[in-house]
Write a protein that binds this ligand. Structure first.
Ligand code: ADP
Length: 185
């Protein structure tokens, strides 16, 4: 399989924007699990109906469902041919274990943590005005991030696959930092 990348970062860290830039630059397929779930909600599929309530509450969709969705997507021909940048997955260590298994044991080439402090991401999210961005759900999602996703940093670190990139600065500055990491793979 070609390049397999994971981008981690708090909600509001600029992860989605940078993921799109990286995917374009390296020709890999950008998979955002948040976008996939929102598309399912819009389409009114069974998955969408189940996911909507969970997302509205700022909770995480169950590991089994998420792993199933991602496993199926990663098996598709476009990703097998061009590689992938995962944005929003893995979110828990169970998802990371599953991803390593799907990719053949050793996990993605690198997981980059886009590091932006909590105070800054809260401010950014309050100004972007997405439907699930109320003060209450923002606090809940950040809390969940610390509890469930932060341990992922250790997971990748222990496997020698973690890179940390400072997410403060202009879009171009952050992108250049990401490229330095990926070019080194
Ligand atoms: P944010 O980073 O602001 O949470 P996302 O677009 O990544 O935005 O995700 C939106 C919502 O979709 C999350 O709050 C969560 O409910 C759900 N979600 C996305 N990815 C996952 C995942 N890997 N595991 C569980 N839930 C997920």
């Amino acid at each position: 399989m070609p390049l397999t990348l994971v981008i981690l970062g708090r909600q509001g860290s600029g992860k989605g924007t940078q993921a799109a830039l990286v995917a374009e630059h390296y020709g890999v397929i950008h998979i955002s699990t948040g976008d996939m779930l929102r598309a399912a909600v819009d389409a009114g599929t069974e998955l969408g109906l189940r996911a909507q309530a969970v997302m509205d509450a700022g909770d995480l969709v169950g590991d089994d469902i998420m792993i199933g969705i991602v496993r199926e997507r990663l098996g598709a021909a476009d990703i097998q041919a061009h590689g992938v940048l995962l944005d929003g997955f893995p979110r828990t260590t169970a998802q990371a274990d599953a991803l390593a298994h799907i990719l053949g044991g050793s996990g993605p080439d690198v997981a980059v943590n886009l590091d932006v402090p909590i105070a800054e991401v809260t401010q950014r999210m309050l100004t972007r005005g997405r439907a699930d961005d109320t003060e209450e759900t923002i606090a809940r999602r950040l809390e969940l991030y610390e509890a469930e996703t932060a341990p992922l940093l250790d997971w990748f670190e222990q496997r020698g696959r973690l890179a940390v990139v400072d997410g403060l600065g202009t879009e171009d500055e952050v992108f250049a930092r990401l490229c330095r990491i990926i070019d080194d793979i």
